[in-house]
Design a protein. Structure first.
Length: 425
């Protein structure tokens, strides 16, 4: 938005800030949040505090630095209000788990470490954050964030003290952070219609098991080397000689990779499906849905533990899931794979639409990063990072509201139910 557009939106933004930042105790802090959001939304190549302060008529760099980096206001209630406000408006088809990376120089920015950096497509020095987004084909919104703390930070007392990492925060795998976010959102009364994720999460049997335990339906991407049994496979128990432990039920045939199983189907078995209208026409490919039983040591142990906890015994039968495979026109073999625990009768088009809905996250990340400066924060502290990410989320939510209903008051928000005369800067 240029300065004139931001100025025209001041009245609506003031109402938005009054609602979303109502938990921030001090009036001057709420005023600074309004200023910071205007700085994020105003056109400019860099969204560092210094650059934004220079572009705003009421910008004060020292005040904004203190508000973001030293102030103790709690960002969690702000994010909760954003989530409560945005979920009804977006009416999400799914929630998406994602992680985003922030390339950094040096080693003193909170959580920075040499690790895989998606922004660069290689190992690099960066921060990584796990997030969950409400998503539909028309809009998305981050609902909650977790900054990933690498193992090397767990016992680094010097860096933890300098960056202000709370004592109770340690190293947690990204899939565990995603499940923790889901639990927190459930505590806010928000549950996903379906959860979608890329192979970094879908590949993990523990993550899928965590979703099952929470009764969350999912469609998650997996790599081609994930192994499965056909759904009709039945475990058998070898004869017992009477000596030693009784043998456990096992599947007689070795599992196959999802790539081998899908490629074993004729191309004609794959059905054409369209999932959305793209800029160049319908997005369309060919898919097949197969009932399978995920294999592997970890999947087996989790299934055994779940059955034993429920019935006290296990018959060796692995749970059924749906494997969705894509074989694009012109490709020599299937290229992409997903596992889903949705009911067996779920239509193919619905599975495809959910598998592909993550495109919206990538689309909106361009605005979060390049338009709103998600990765432009130059501070190093735990509080500063969380304040900045919360403010960027708020700016993105405000702009999303304007796109969804530019002339209407925002539903489900007491602070926007009465009209207010427009104001200018």
């Amino acid at each position: 938005m240029d300065a004139h557009e931001v100025s025209r939106a001041r009245a609506k933004l003031a109402l938005f800030v009054a609602d979303v930042f109502a938990s921030v105790p001090r009036k001057d802090q709420r005023a600074k949040s309004d200023c910071y959001l205007r700085g994020l939304m105003t056109d400019g190549r860099r969204k560092s505090i210094q650059a934004m302060a220079g572009r705003l008529p009421d910008g004060n760099e020292q005040n904004l630095q203190q508000f973001v980096n030293q102030s103790t206001w709690d960002p969690v209630p702000v994010r909760r209000r954003i989530a409560e406000r945005m979920v009804p408006q977006i009416a999400p088809d799914a929630w998406a788990v994602d992680d985003v990376s922030f390339p950094k120089d040096g080693k003193m920015s909170v959580g920075v470490a040499p690790q895989y950096c998606g922004a660069l497509g290689k190992q690099a020095n960066c921060q990584v954050a796990v997030s969950i987004h409400a998503v539909s084909d028309t809009a998305s919104c981050p609902l909650q964030w977790r900054l990933f703390v690498p193992q090397e930070w767990a016992a680094d007392a010097v860096r933890r003290r300098r960056t202000g990492i709370p004592e109770e925060i340690g190293h947690r795998e990204k899939w565990r952070l995603a499940l923790e976010i889901l639990d927190e959102l459930a505590g806010w009364g928000l549950v996903p219609p379906v959860l979608v994720a890329d192979a970094g999460y879908g590949q993990n049997a523990d993550f899928r098991d965590g979703l099952e335990r929470r009764s969350i339906g999912y469609v998650v991407a997996v790599r081609s080397d994930v192994t499965v049994h056909p759904h009709e496979a039945v475990p058998t128990v070898p004869l017992w000689s009477g000596n030693g432990r009784k043998p456990q039920p096992r599947y007689r045939d070795k599992p196959s990779s999802v790539a081998a199983l899908a490629a074993g189907r004729a191309r004609q078995a794959f059905t054409g499906a369209t999932w959305r209208e793209g800029s160049r026409g319908p997005m369309r490919s060919r898919f097949v849905a197969l009932r399978v039983r995920p294999a592997g040591v970890r999947a087996r142990r989790l299934a055994q533990a779940a059955a034993t906890a429920q019935d006290g015994a296990w018959d060796g039968v692995l749970p059924e899931l749906t494997l969705l495979a894509e074989w694009p026109t012109g490709a020599e073999a299937p290229t992409d794979y997903w596992l889903s625990n949705l009911p067996a009768g779920t239509p193919l088009n619905e599975l495809v639409r959910l598998a592909k809905v993550r495109w919206r996250i990538e689309h909106d990340y361009r605005e979060l990063k390049h338009g709103l400066g998600l990765d432009h924060f130059e501070g190093r502290s735990w509080n500063g990072w969380h304040h900045h990410v919360t403010l960027v989320t708020a700016a993105h939510a405000f702009l999303t509201e304007q796109r969804l209903a530019p002339k209407a008051d925002t539903a489900d928000s007491p602070s926007t139910r009465s009209s207010t005369p427009s104001r200018t800067c």
